[in-house]
Design a protein around this ligand. Sequence first.
Ligand SMILES: Cc1cc2nc3c(=O)[nH]c(=O)nc-3n(C[C@H](O)[C@H](O)[C@H](O)COP(=O)(O)OP(=O)(O)OC[C@H]3O[C@@H](n4cnc5c(N)ncnc54)[C@H](O)[C@@H]3O)c2cc1C
Length: 471
Amino acid sequence: MSTFEPIHVVGGGLAGSEAAWQIAEAGVPVILHEMRPIRGTDAHKTDGLAELVCSNSFRSDDPETNAVGLLHQEMRRLGSLIMREGDAHQVPAGGALAVDREGFSDAVTATLQAHPLVSIERGEVSGLPPDSWSSVIVATGPLTSPALAGAIRTLTGEAELAFFDAIAPIVHRESIDMRVAWFQSRYDKAGPGGTGADYINCPLDRDRYEAFVDALLAGDKTSFKPWEGTPYFDGCLPIEVMAERGRETLRHGPMKPFGLTNPNDPDRKPYAVVQLRQDNALGTLFNIVGFQTKLKYGEQTQIFRMIPGLENAEFARLGGLHRNTYLNSPKLLDSTLRLRAMPRLRFAGQITGCEGYVESAAIGLMTGRFAAAERLGRPSPPLPSTTALGALINHITGGHLETIDEGPRSFQPMNVNFGLFPPLERMPKAEDGKRLRGAAKAIAKKRGLTDRARMDLGRWLSGSEIPVAAE
Ligand SMILES: Cc1cc2nc3c(=O)[nH]c(=O)nc-3n(C[C@H](O)[C@H](O)[C@H](O)COP(=O)(O)OP(=O)(O)OC[C@H]3O[C@@H](n4cnc5c(N)ncnc54)[C@H](O)[C@@H]3O)c2cc1C
C-alpha cells in the first residue's frame, strides 16, 4: 500500500488515462473519475477509456522530419501508455500510426483497471472538486460536461473559458514572400507592445480580390454537427459567410486596405489587403487576421495561396470553427499546468488549448508527471522548449502572444508543429559546405530540429527524478 494521498484525475479520455498511468507508475495512488456510461458526451459512443471519437489515426510516425512523429518518439521514451497501446494495436496506414480503435481503448482500460495504484470511479464531477482533493488534474476534454464547465468558468472568469474555437490559419513566417508583402501596422499605430510595423500585409488588386471572393463562394465547406449549433459570435464570422453577405463585405472587414502603403509599389493603392499577425513569441508563426473559416482543408490551402505573397505559404494550422471547451491557458496556467488561481487544480488535454489525440495525451503525460513529482516532493525541472513536449507546453503556458490590439482573445488550439520550436542556431549545410536550398534545405532543417530535440530530451531525462521506461 502506498502511503501517499491519492491524486484525482477527472476525465478518462486520452489525456486523463495517460496522466493516471504516469502518476501510478511513479508510485502515487490515483483515482480516475470518468462520467461515461452514467453520463455521455455528444461524440463518445462507448464507456471505454481513451476512446477515439473520430479518426483512428495518430498521424505521422516519422520522428526525423515530422513534429508529431517526434512527439510519438518522446512519449515512448517517457513510458507513455497511450503510445504503448497505440503501437500494440497498429493497423496498416503507410507512414502514419493508425490503430484499431476498440482494441486500443480496451487495452488502455484493462491496463488501468489492473494497476494496483489506480481506482476508477464512474460518475460525473459536476462542480469544482471538493477541497479535500488536494491534487486534481482536470482532463475533461473539448466536451467537458456543462456543470463542470460552468463551475470552471465562474472560477476563471467569463472570457477565459471558451465553448467554441474560431481558428484562423497560421503560416510559417519564412514561407511568406517578403518581396511582395511588407511589415506595417495600420496607420503605423504602435499599440501596446507593438512597434508600428507589427503586421505582414499582402496586397490584392481588384482582379485578384474578385477571383478570391469567387473562390471562397465556390469552395467546399464543412458543416456543423447537429449538436454543435452555429456559433457565429463575437464578430467571428467565417470569411466565406462574410463573402456570401456581399462581394464588398470582406473589403470593409478583415481585408480593408486603409492606413497601409505598400513600399514595394508606393504609387498604387491596393484594392484589398490581407494582414497577418505574429502568433508566437519566437516570431516564427503568423496568423491570418480575421480568417476563421469552415472551408475544407484542401480548399483552404489552394484558396489562401491565391493571396499575393502567400503563393508558397506553408501552414502550421488551417482554419476551423468547432465546439470546443478550452482555457485561455497562457494567462491562467503556470509552467507545470497548475491553475494560478487555485494551484491544487491542474489541467491536461485539449481543454488546455492543444489539439489532437496525441497532443492531448502528451499534455496528460506531462501533467501527470508534474503532479506526481509534487506529491513525492521531487523537483520537476522544466522541459527544454527545443523538445516537442517542451515546445507544446511552452505554447500553452507562455509562448503564445496575446493580441497587440483590441479584438477577441487570440489563443486558439494548435497541433504540435515545427513553428513552435526555437529556430536552429546554425542552418545545416550541404556536405560540400555549400548553402542548401529548396526541399533539401527544408528537410535538413527538420532533421536539425529533431536531432537537437532528441539530444536535449536525453539530457533532461538524465536529470529527471521520476523513473522512466527503458528506451
Ligand atoms: C467531434 C470531435 C472529433 C474529433 N476528431 C479528432 C480526430 O479525428 N483526430 C484527432 O487527433 N483529434 C480529434 N478531436 C480532438 C481531440 O484530440 C479529441 O477530442 C481528444 O479526445 C481530446 O482528448 P482529451 O483527453 O482532452 O479529451 P477526451 O478524450 O474527450 O476525454 C475527456 C473525458 O472526460 C469525460 N468527462 C467530461 N466531463 C466530465 C465530468 N464532469 N466528470 C467526469 N468525466 C467527464 C468524458 O466523458 C471523456 O471521457 C476531435 C474532437 C471532437 C470534439
